[in-house]
Design a protein around this ligand. Structure first.
Ligand code: ADE
Length: 254
């Protein structure tokens, strides 16, 4: 899978992309990440990428020309054409607090694409023509304001990459992650069996795989009910799940 990231601060990605799972996926050619410095497409000798807002107001606005030209250059190289917006051959996503909120379903959808473009907004805003004519999606990673889209791009690349086949080893499968099955993950323990007098639950040491599976499922359901009851209405639940949830006081729709 390929990511093209458009940013004024390419240096912000050096650390996160040169460690751990992303680094390994890139070195195994499962992932290509190309960083594009928007300033390289500025037209003046000062490499100006932002300007004052028309109509006045505080802060600077990211200019349209360098952003359009950076994205179109990458599109031409990949596809030999530079159709943008709805006509584009891949998702062109603006990272902004005004976008739809990122979640595991969006991560799964993006992981099914061969190519995704991410544009990091910066300063107070981005010229509206970028929204209207260049991008075909806008994503926020949550209801808070970052100084720019770079941390959001890192979050999205991480969450999406780990769903790309082969990126995680079988030891690290994403299948049991929180949210993978619509509920939170069960509690995990490792050695030692007793630490400062605190014991690992007996069932996990029992060797009884049926009991372990049931315990884990119930812990997942209990945790989801306590922490994120909103998830339960959408999670796939079987008859045993519903029976268990009722015993711990869940009020489920009929
Ligand atoms: N840029 C600034 N804040 C953001 C957020 N919450 N999500 C995505 N991009 C952003």
């Amino acid at each position: 899978m390929r990511f093209d990231i458009f940013t004024l601060f390419p240096g912000m990605f050096a650390g996160p992309f040169s460690e751990s799972i992303i680094k390994r996926a890139v070195s195994r050619d499962l992932l290509t990440i190309d960083l594009h410095d928007i300033r390289d497409y500025a037209r003046d000798e000062h490499r100006t990428a932002d300007d004052y807002p028309y109509g006045g107001g505080s802060g600077m606005v990211l200019k349209p020309e360098p952003v359009f030209e950076a994205v179109e250059d990458a599109l031409s190289r990949q596809y030999g054409a530079k159709d943008t917006g709805r006509a584009a051959p891949c998702p062109i996503i603006l990272l902004t607090p005004q976008g739809r909120t990122f979640n595991q379903a969006i991560a799964r959808d993006l992981a099914g694409r061969r190519h995704v473009m991410l544009i990091c907004g910066h300063y107070e805003g981005v010229d509206e023509r970028v929204r209207e004519r260049l991008v075909n999606d806008e994503i926020s990673i949550g209801d808070y304001v970052l100084s720019g889209g770079e941390p959001a791009a890192i979050v999205i690349v991480d969450a999406v990459s780990r769903l790309v086949p082969g990126v995680l080893g079988s030891e690290e499968s994403a299948g049991e992650d929180s949210f993978a099955g619509g509920v939170l993950e069960y509690p995990q323990y490792t050695r030692p069996p007793v630490y400062r007098g605190w014991e690992v639950p007996e069932v996990l040491i029992s060797g009884n795989h049926g009991r372990i599976r049931r315990w884990r499922r119930e812990q997942s359901l209990k945790r989801t009910l306590e922490r994120r009851p909103d998830l339960l209405s959408k999670a796939p639940l079987d008859a045993d799940d519903i029976k268990y949830l009722k015993t711990i006081g869940a009020h489920l729709p009929p």
